[in-house]
Design a protein around this ligand. Structure first.
Ligand code: NAD
Length: 489
């Protein structure tokens, strides 16, 4: 089934406020034009949700919480399974919408926005199905017993970025709903059309009104959500700067947070790494989604015997990419999401070259499509780990290669970062791989590859955040453990 995005009375403008039942007339004239990053065509205009719209999205979620939280885990699991099924049926529509909105090549978009996102609902449905709302334990210090109750934390504000939009929205919505929470979703403005599609899926699944509401707004609207006492938990994925601001506001009013933030993940390539595995697996990880991936292994640290081989492998992969519009089935490398983001990325490149980095890749901006926000995949060699290009998250297609003297030095360089989201170790010695991986300061580390598996906890340490998504751990932040003590003589 295809549902056109609902509009306001001005037919060319889509509403930014969904109260869980219908899209409302916006309360202001603040509009944003949505631009296709592959073609620079106008995709639509969205009337942004304002702080004055907060009641319209929070009140229904508060009302719905009473009934939704009292349904059983099994009942909620049935809703989630239904959403998962409809999501897959309408998957192509969603994948194309995301590709159009933020430039993700359609072949990748299908993986992330169909299978990956639908799986979030079926996975948390399976976990919810087996969850117990109450356990009884014998009291240990006193006569009697304790009923330990898994209660939903309340209304959740789910705030998401644009880079893997549906995955990062559903990785919050699915466990929150499974736990019995209701959700106010604030997607990135760039994903307004996708948010409309999602709302229509929830409607098709007959999710009760108010269980998920949506406000498509900017920073002021997001901040309004974070400040609001009716919001019990802020589940946020985005930059470290915004995460820090959210953590401090939420901390002030003792609200809960789950913060998935930025990264500058290091790939440690050791002399005994298998060159074929490195050549096949590492470049797509380093440049994943045109580098717009939180766990992109954008800082490659190689020991002397591996250094030149890694440079060659990255350069060969970069030259082999088909750079083009996201909806073209042959495209392997899409544009950056916005013009402003491309300017930011190219600014980092200029400063790195001035500082002494050596450009190894083709890097021929002149041969790129005339329209669209394209940037070639770039490889910079001879980079010092202390430089801005090695320390800051670029979130674009620039991979730096850093020389390490030996294994210990490589680990030291990898850990010399304010971030700690992900990392990887490349060696053909399994024991060495595990030993090194255990010394890397990051929430998740891969060996000869990296995959954020839905069954495993994902999240950062240091300035990459706190809390976890995915796995059973991804359900925990949405549940409180309360107890009832029952005296027995
Ligand atoms: P961003 O922090 O600018 O925005 C993220 C979301 O927060 C958007 O919806 C935005 O509108 C909203 N927002 C902005 N200011 C706000 C405020 N003051 N209060 C409340 N909400 C506010 O990030 P982005 O540019 O959209 O995404 C890129 C960043 O996301 C990168 O740093 C990337 O590493 C990070 N990211 C992290 C993960 C992870 O799992 N750790 C995954 C994907 C992306």
């Amino acid at each position: 089934m295809t549902t056109a995005a609902p509009t306001t009375s001005d037919e060319s403008v889509i509403s930014g406020v969904f109260d869980g039942r219908t899209w409302l007339e916006p309360s202001s004239n603040d509009r944003t034009t949505l631009i296709d990053p592959s073609t620079e065509d106008v995709l639509g205009v969205v009337a942004l949700a304002q702080p004055s719209d907060l009641d319209a999205v929070i009140d229904p979620a508060v009302t719905a919480f009473t009934s939704w939280s009292s349904t059983s885990f099994t009942e909620r699991a049935e809703y989630l399974q239904r959403i998962s099924q409809i999501w897959q049926e309408r998957g192509e529509e969603i994948a194309q919408c995301v590709s159009r909105e933020m430039g993700m090549p359609i072949t990748n978009s299908r993986l992330s926005n169909i299978a990956g996102s639908a799986r979030n609902f079926s996975y948390y449905a399976e976990l919810a199905h087996d969850a117990a709302a109450e356990q009884v334990r014998p009291a240990l210090s006193f006569p009697g017993r304790t009923h330990v109750r898994a209660n939903p934390v309340g209304v959740v504000a789910a705030i998401a970025p644009w880079n893997y939009p549906t995955y990062l929205m559903t990785s919050k919505i699915a466990p929150a709903l499974a736990a019995g929470c209701t959700v106010v979703l604030k997607p990135a403005v760039e994903n307004a059309l996708t948010a409309h599609l999602m709302a229509s899926i929830f409607q098709e699944a007959e999710l009760p009104p108010g269980v998920v509401t949506i406000g498509i707004g900017g920073a002021d609207f997001g901040q309004g959500l974070v400040k609001d006492d009716r919001i019990s938990l802020v589940a946020f994925t985005g930059s470290t700067a915004v995460g820090r601001a959210i953590g401090s506001i939420a901390g002030e009013r003792l609200a809960l947070t789950n913060l998935e933030l930025g990264g500058k993940s290091a790939a440690i390539v050791l002399d005994d790494a298998d060159p074929q595995i490195v050549a096949r697996e590492l470049p797509p990880l380093a440049f994943r989604n045109s580098g717009q991936t939180c766990f992109a292994q954008a800082r490659v640290i190689a020991t002397p015997g591996a250094y030149q081989g890694v440079l060659d492998a990255l350069a060969a992969w970069a030259r082999s990419q088909v750079i083009g519009p996201a909806l073209d089935e042959t495209t392997t490398f899409g544009p950056l999401a916005t013009r402003q983001h491309r300017e930011r990325v190219l600014g980092f490149l200029d400063r790195a070259l001035e500082q002494g980095a050596r450009l190894v890749s083709a890097g021929d901006q002149g041969s790129l499509p005339a329209e669209g926000f394209f940037v070639d995949p770039m490889i910079l060699a001879d980079v010092d780990n202390r430089w801005e290009i090695a320390q800051e998250e670029i979130f674009g297609p620039i991979v730096v290669v850093i020389a390490a003297e030996d294994e210990d030095h490589a680990i030291e360089l990898a850990n010399d970062s304010r971030y700690g989201l992900a990392g990887s170790v490349w060696t053909s010695n399994p024991q060495r791989a595990l030993d090194v991986a255990r010394r890397v300061e990051a929430g998740s580390v891969g060996i000869n590859g990296f995959r954020p598996d839905i069954g495993a906890p994902f999240g950062g340490i240091k300035e990459s955040g706190q809390g976890r998504e995915n796995g059973p751990e991804g359900l925990r932040c949405y549940l409180r453990s309360d107890s009832i003590y029952e005296f027995q003589a």
